[in-house]
Design a protein around this ligand. Sequence first.
Ligand SMILES: *[C@@H]1O[C@H](CO)[C@@H](O)[C@H](O)[C@H]1NC(C)=O
Ligand SMILES: *[C@@H]1O[C@H](CO)[C@@H](O)[C@H](O)[C@H]1NC(C)=O
Ligand SMILES: *[C@@H]1O[C@H](CO)[C@@H](O)[C@H](O)[C@H]1NC(C)=O
Ligand SMILES: *[C@@H]1O[C@H](CO)[C@@H](O)[C@H](O)[C@H]1NC(C)=O
Ligand SMILES: *[C@@H]1O[C@H](CO)[C@@H](O)[C@H](O)[C@H]1NC(C)=O
Length: 284
Amino acid sequence: MQRILLVVFLAAAFMYVILHCNLWKDNYYRLPPTYIKRKTALGTCSLKPVFVSELKACILQLCLFNSVSCKRCVVVGNGGVLRNKTLGEKIDSYDVVIRMNNGPIIGYEEDVGRKTTFRLSYPESIFSDPIHYDPNTTIIILVFKPHDLKWLWDILSGRKINTQGFWKKPALKLIYQPKQIRILDPFIIRKTSYEWLHFPKKFSKKEKPKHPTTGLIAITLAFHLCNEVHLAGFKYDFTDRNSSLHYYGNETMSQMIENEYHNITAEQKFLKKLIDKNFVVNLT
Ligand SMILES: *[C@@H]1O[C@H](CO)[C@@H](O)[C@H](O)[C@H]1NC(C)=O
Ligand SMILES: *[C@@H]1O[C@H](CO)[C@@H](O)[C@H](O)[C@H]1NC(C)=O
Ligand SMILES: *[C@@H]1O[C@H](CO)[C@@H](O)[C@H](O)[C@H]1NC(C)=O
Ligand SMILES: *[C@@H]1O[C@H](CO)[C@@H](O)[C@H](O)[C@H]1NC(C)=O
Ligand SMILES: *[C@@H]1O[C@H](CO)[C@@H](O)[C@H](O)[C@H]1NC(C)=O
């Protein structure tokens, strides 16, 4: 048993390294020449895996070179609170717009805007319909389980996707170009879980292990990228179980309340603290 585990672990580690090198190589050669020059001039984006530190450096450079007042970010949650608030124009006015999962833009532009700088997704939540393709977006993949890395490896190399081991059918085709894909540094997820939400490291057999919502992970990431973090779409209506969970679709709050894999109480408490202490500005 131990030997099998070791082999699995080594295989995973190996894939991880190869994947990163591959992704990076891909980016490096396909980036416009000016971008590469910028990198060597500043010497910050060196040849290493594209992790958050890399993202950070690159965003800084973009800001420097486009001389925009930079690092004003808005994290757009998928909450039903965004409905009919016509915040679209306001959201698009930020330098960086971070969205998550399959929160659509098409058909909701007035309420949520059009611009997406970063979109955090995992295999079960990434868009698979090409209608949602946006060449200006960088997709940041959240890796929660070994299957997720395997999925990314297979989908990038055009292999057949094995759908076993996912809690919902994952995307079978990548609608984005490989150069638009990054992997989120697992450090960000760990930090969200343990430092911010104080999740226990071990759960009893009766309990479902908790993990943070993509929204909270996106906020943690924003704090690592931006000077100023604003939020929209991060409020739940707990008083009405029939109220819309998202600004799209017909899922209701009751589905979120019953979700045993998240601790919404802990997340809302934490968000309230962030807002009360003026660490973030809440638009909704
Ligand atoms: C939003 O506006 C539309 C059209 O004006 C209306 O049909 C809908 O009920 C509104 N939704 C909410 C949640 O207020
Ligand atoms: C992508 O960005 C370019 C340049 O800023 C812009 O002209 C174009 O409309 C954007 N495309 C989409 C789909 O948003
Ligand atoms: C919620 O919806 C259910 C079924 O559609 C209905 O029976 C119930 O009365 C609703 N509750 C509220 C508070 O609107
Ligand atoms: C809710 O959405 C699902 C999937 O989009 C759809 O199949 C279902 O018919 C919808 N239910 C209602 C009550 O609109
Ligand atoms: C959720 O987090 C709160 C702390 O904010 C804790 O008191 C509660 O027990 C947690 N609930 C579950 C189901 O883990």
